[in-house]
Design a protein around this ligand. Structure first.
Ligand SMILES: Cc1cc2nc3c(=O)[nH]c(=O)nc-3n(C[C@H](O)[C@H](O)[C@H](O)COP(=O)(O)OP(=O)(O)OC[C@H]3O[C@@H](n4cnc5c(N)ncnc54)[C@H](O)[C@@H]3O)c2cc1C
Length: 69
């Protein structure tokens, strides 16, 4: 694949939970985003993967809280 970096407003490195979320919200803000990932989609090698991961609905600091919670 070849791409001209000038075609993008943002380049996100890593398509784990953080990078994917950043890329998603950047596209929602109408930004042209290039999301680069070293492994195949849905690979199991990152911190975001594993059977022990849980999403909490309560956190000790307001910046982590979703507006829906
Ligand atoms: C064992 C364990 C249990 C955890 N449990 C919880 C939990 O229960 N609840 C919770 O909220 N959090 C938990 N965490 C923390 C949470 O999983 C991580 O904070 C979060 O997944 C990190 O997401 P990330 O996108 O930053 O990293 P990652 O998911 O690791 O994604 C990084 C991505 O970047 C890619 N990448 C790296 N370098 C390059 C490169 N040079 N070029 C291209 N791509 C690259 C990697 O391949 C990977 O896909 C846990 C973490 C671990 C390790």
């Amino acid at each position: 694949m070849s791409a001209n970096v000038n075609e993008f407003d943002a380049i996100v490195l890593g398509a784990g939970a953080m990078g994917s979320a950043a890329a998603y919200y950047l596209t929602q803000a109408k930004q042209r985003v290039l999301l680069l990932e070293q492994f195949e989609l849905d690979h199991q090698k990152g911190s975001s993967h594993g059977l022990s991961r849980v999403i909490r609905y309560s956190y000790d600091h307001p910046i982590y809280r979703s507006p829906e919670c």
